[in-house]
Design a protein around this ligand. Structure first.
Ligand code: ADP
Ligand code: MG
Length: 258
């Protein structure tokens, strides 16, 4: 089922396809309970930003969505796969959900195109020529077609991050997770990466982004979640979160970052 841009953000209880369903999610590291019962849904085509202070559990939450972390209690399902089912095919799940990190982790000994072709040829068993064609299309999409044969070391940080996004898109995911994708970049490179993310948002892809870019969150996201101390303590449309925050902890956070 597809969702048009115009009917997004309307009734939250409607029948749209839920891409991510999280119920009472808890995550502990030893006796440190880091996620304290998170319940939320993300619909197909929705663009959700997660904001909150350092250490509040934002990265851990994202990592539970593609099972980079095992959950301690509660349930997470993504694109119809129950991640808490020990029998779930985690490789199949990860084909539906791409992730981009603060640090790009490109393979330095491979060209840009080879980095992007790796998972499609290894996991999806595409032929080299099919994978190359797809890689060139994706590089065009992120504005880097002329860098196909370059090595990552010759690229700027912003270019590397755009390659990392293209690499995640190469598996044709229906959900993309971004964990502070612009935090490690020099300020002049932030805009080019945000523009690529904005294009993905406009294409109707389901996105969950942890970000410190409050202007971006306000403009591009359908919904903003504020996390504090392992819980989502406020969740609403950007206008409500930024113009009319209810919780003192959110008011305090915004007074520091805006
Ligand atoms: P945020 O992304 O909001 O800064 P994190 O999810 O990274 O927060 O971290 C939340 C808490 O979980 C922190 O107290 C952090 O030290 C702890 N934590 C995160 N990952 C691990 C880990 N692999 N082992 C132990 N503790 C962790
Ligand atoms: Mg983090």
């Amino acid at each position: 089922m597809s969702t048009s841009v115009t009917d997004r953000a309307e009734s939250p209880q409607d029948q749209r396809n839920q891409k991510i369903v999280v119920r009472d999610l808890e995550k502990a590291f030893g006796d440190n309970l880091v996620l304290k019962g998170i319940t939320t849904d993300v619909h197909e085509g929705e663009v959700v930003c997660v904001i909150g202070p350092s250490g509040s559990g934002k990265s851990t939450f994202l990592r539970c969505l593609n099972r980079l972390e095992d959950v301690t209690a509660g349930s997470v399902s993504v694109s119809g796969y129950d991640l808490t089912d020990p029998k779930v095919d985690i490789n199949a799940v990860r084909q539906h959900i791409g992730m981009v990190f603060q640090h790009f982790n490109l393979f330095p000994h491979m060209t840009v195109a080879e980095n992007i072709m790796l998972a499609p040829t290894e996991v999806k068993k595409l032929s080299k020529s099919e994978a190359k064609e797809a890689a060139l299309r994706l590089l065009d999409r992120v504005g880097l077609k002329d860098k196909a044969d370059a090595r990552p070391a010759s690229l700027s940080g912003g270019q590397k991050q755009r390659v990392a996004i293209a690499r995640a898109l190469a598996m044709n995911p229906d959900i993309m997770l971004f964990d502070e994708a612009t935090s490690a970049l020099d300020p002049e490179m932030v805009g080019e990466v945000l523009q690529v993310i904005r294009d993905l948002a406009e294409s109707g892809m389901t996105l969950v982004l942890v970000t410190h870019e409050m202007g971006f969150a306000r403009e591009v996201c359908d919904r903003v979640m504020f996390m504090s101390d392992g819980s989502i303590i406020e969740d609403g449309d950007p206008e409500q979160i930024f113009e009319n925050p209810q919780q003192p902890r959110l008011q305090d956070f915004l007074s520091k970052v805006l």
